[in-house]
Each structure stands twice: as C-alpha cells, then as structure tokens.
Design a protein around this ligand. Sequence first.
Ligand code: PMP
Length: 462
Amino acid sequence: MNMITNHPPTKELQELDAAHHMHPFTAGAELAAKGARVITSAKGVTLTDSEGVELMDAMAGLWCVNIGYGRHELAEAAARQMRELPYYNTFFQTTHVPAVALATKLAELVPGDLNQVFYGCSGSDANDTNIRLVRHYWAAKGKPDKKVIISRKNAYHGSTVAAASLGGMSAMHAQGGLPIPDIHHIDEPNWYAQGGDLSPEEFGLERARQLEQAIAEIGEDRVAAFIAEPIQGAGGVIIPPETYWPEIQRICDAHEILLIADEVICGFGRTGNWFGCDTFNIRPDIMTIAKGLSSGYAPIGGSMVSDEVAEVIANAGDFNHGYTYSAHPVSAAVALENLRILEEEKIVDTVRDVTAPYLAERWTELADHPMIGEAKVCGMVASVAMSPDKANRAPFQAPAGTIGLMCRDRCFENKLVMRHVGDRMIISPPLILTKDDIDTLMDRAYRSIDEAYLLAKKEGLF
Ligand code: PMP
C-alpha cells in the first residue's frame, strides 16, 4: 500500500506515530495515550483528517499558509525547479537563478533600504543568523564589545539554542540550559495582563522606555541590537498600544543600536499590509522573514539587511556563516510563485480593504460575551482574553491555560482550529478567507467560547 495516498486506518497510523515520531511542543506520553489527529489533505481554508472530518483552519497551519491550501501552481513551480536544478549552493562565489530572482523581488517588496537577503530555511535559523550578523557588524566597525541583544519576555523567536535564548518564553528557558549569555529581556507591552491602572497609551510608553533604561544600565557600548515582533504572535497575539512602536523607534534612533523586526508572522500580508513594519511605521535595520514567504509550501526563511549593514559586512572579509540549504532553489522557486500569487491576486489589498475590516467588526463583537475581557484584531490576526471578571481584567483561579484548553477542545468539536495561549484564544487564518468564511469562523468561535464558559461554570471554575 502507498502509505501516503492510500493511508492505513487511523488507529494504525496513530500507533506508528506514537512509536516512532517525537512531536514538537508536545507531552509525548499524553499524546501517545490519546492518539494524534491525522491530517490527510487540505484545500483553501479547510483541512481534512483521516476520518474524513473537515476543519476550518483558523491558524493557517502555524501562521504560515497565507495563500491557503491546494495551490497547484506552487507544486508545479517546485516540480519545474526540481527538473531544472534541484539543488545547488550559494557558497564560494556561486549563485543560481531562483536565488537572484527571489532576492530581487524581496528587495522590491520589503520597505525601506533592506535590499539584501541572507537566506536560511526557517525563522529560527534566520534569527541565529541575525545574532551572528549584528555582532560581526559591530566587530567590523571596531566595537567588538557591542554584543548584547535586548529582547522581551514572552517573545518568540524560534527553537534553536540561540533563537530560543533570544525569545522570552520561560518554559523554553527552563529546559536545556538557556538562555545563552549576552541576551537581556525587558518586559512585554501586554497592557491587558500587566497594565494595571495605566491607560494603554501610558503603559506603551512605560514599556518602551524600559529599552532606554536597559541600554543605560548595560551601556550603549555593549548593546548590539533590539529585537521584537511587531505583534507578539506565539505570546498570545499581543497588539502593542499605539504609543509603543514610535517610542521604541525613537530610542533605537537616539542610541547606537540596531533594530531587528521579527516579521516571521507579521510579514507577507498578515497585518493588512505587506509587512508589520508598514502597519506600525517601524524602520528596522534587519528583518526576519519566513512562514508566509512561501506560504509554508516549502521551508525557507531569511534576514533582510539594510544597505548600511550589508556594506559593512561585505567589506569585513568572509562572513563565516551559512546553511547547506541557504537559498534552496526549490524553496526559492516556490516562494517566488507564492509572491506572484499574493501580488497578482491582490490578496494583501483585499485583506486591507475588505476582509480585515469585516473580521475586525465581527471579532470585536466577542467582547460582549460575559467571559471575554478583550478582543483585539489587526489585519488577519486576532485574539481574545478570557476572564472570570472582565471589568477588572482578572485571571482565572484555575491554573493558566485550563479554560483555554477547554475552549480549544470545544473548537475542535465545532470543526474549528483555533489555538490557545494560556487563557487567550488566537487566530491567524489564511489571508484568502472570504466574508462568508469569516461568518462561519465567528459562529464556531462564539459557540466554542460559550460552551467552554458553561462547562467551566458547571465544573465550578468560576
Ligand atoms: N519568529 C517568530 C516571530 C515566530 O513566530 C516563529 C515561529 N512561530 C519563529 C521566529 C521561528 O520560526 P521557525 O519555526 O520557522 O523556525
């Protein structure tokens, strides 16, 4: 039997999976006891599992399938490239056509003067590249002590040793001896959970000014860069107060440090513009890209680098860094085709002008539910915070994530893939979602939240 097209029964797949497959971010024993959900195919915004159940994927996989599933043009681009040149590297003074074509296209699409790309295979390895890049940059400028990178608690920048250190996830730091030295974390701009009596605007300024304090404490001569996601994604879709980014930009401009925007989630249309930097008017020196670059159809990521940084690096001898699959030709060809579709089908424009405003209107209605403390949305990424006492933005008595998990399970029952981060529920659907799809999503989301609410009440969690 062809295991891929005519798959064995679900139970058998689950047993083989439990025996041989170690899953990311998963309690293995728990999953083995329960059995993984097996996804067998997908089209548009809909996943189908091995039992024939159809689910609306309101997470676009892991925030990446921006153009939706089932676009054969990308399969054809991959097949064409595999036939022409399946692999070659860009080390040692060589290049190839897809690497050049994609780099040229990226320089055109990305804002500002970020005109060069260093290719990698994922968001994590691109952030590793960034660490080496900024330190090498300062060393080349005669400032080898400028090594510290300032990041934020509850940020997500990837899972390699360096990228997880850069991130501010305490559960990740608790395993494997992280973080590595010379990474400093300041507080996140999460007004809902941490804003206290401050207005969102006051709080945004207070959190941004922690960057200035940290630079003063560590010393400007030791700080290389500040890295942040325009909107924290895995941290719970935390959309910062309006005052936050302008103040961060002012601080980065006033002090001699590089600004790295991690656009792995926000890039390629997610916020209703091509990049989160367009939405928040951020002018970074380096930008991390991945996910939506190929809509997840092939692994590819990279660092977009400003003219000034690129020039310093270019004149500093060999940059002793690179991956076998940097600029993988098949991934690059797939990414190019994905960008063609995003552009020609005006997908980002439609998000900005039509579907994001409608999602905003519908999503914010959730704030009327008795268990929803805030409903936030930006483009096609949104979150709600659940609370037993919304007037005071209070957390639940039950351990964080208890109600979130309950709600997530209700979503699966209601044929909706929505994720929870603690007791926040989050979505990041394919950008091709129509208004009708949004109505379906909202019906299922509301029903799931309401069922979780009734269940939590019944179990005495309120
Ligand atoms: N940065 C951000 C902002 C991300 O959301 C992610 C992935 N969720 C990464 C980096 C890491 O990307 P990858 O999983 O492709 O390594």
